[in-house]
Design a protein around this ligand. Structure first.
Ligand SMILES: [Zn+2]
Length: 181
């Protein structure tokens, strides 16, 4: 299987929608508007990121610099997502909503008691597991858009989705052993 490997990506400026989808799947994806080829190359080098691009000129530069890249062929974001997940399937684990889609930071666990005033009362009453983005502070819970997103992703990725999905929202709770001095 593919445990222990985690890929990091940079999307070029044409691939903003793809970047968001990949973040929803928990992938570490840098994306900025109006970024120069030079900046992409430098960051890819420094952080060992794979560059996802549709730009043949950039691909040529990356090749010359010896930087890993993947030239995306599909036009539509959903198709691009399928293309990229297929290409990297042996190295990807899909952890839906484990990362902030805006900030690209991994979400942190937060105790239920601490979100009481930060989420709607109904949510507080019905949910047990909460996570927070350390960047923007947004609170997530397991039901956050989850059903629609599951449907969409199954539609886009087919079998790949269920094969690569690693559930992070409903893991069996670790058994806490009482410390016995
Ligand atoms: Zn955030």
């Amino acid at each position: 299987m593919n445990q222990g490997i985690s890929l990091k990506f940079i999307c070029d400026e044409q691939l903003g929608r793809l970047a968001r989808w990949l973040r929803i799947l928990g992938q570490d994806v840098v994306y900025q508007n109006q970024v120069s080829d030079f900046q992409i190359i430098e960051q890819a080098k420094k952080e060992s990121r794979i560059v996802l691009t549709r730009d043949h000129n950039l691909a040529e530069k990356l090749f010359q610099e010896g930087i890993k890249y993947y030239l995306v062929e599909e036009n539509y974001p959903a198709h691009q997502l399928r293309e990229v997940v297929e290409r990297f399937q042996n190295q990807l684990q899909l952890r839906v909503f484990s990362r902030c889609v805006e900030c690209n930071l991994p979400l942190e666990e937060i105790e239920k008691a601490k979100v009481k005033n930060l989420v709607p009362p109904f949510v507080f009453q019905t949910q047990e597991v909460f996570r927070r983005c350390p960047g923007c502070g947004k609170i997530f819970w397991s039901a956050t858009h989850r059903q629609q997103v599951d449907l969409q992703l199954r539609d886009i990725l087919g079998d790949l989705y269920d094969r690569l999905l690693e559930e992070v929202w409903n893991p069996s709770p670790p058994i806490k052993e009482k410390s016995t001095g």
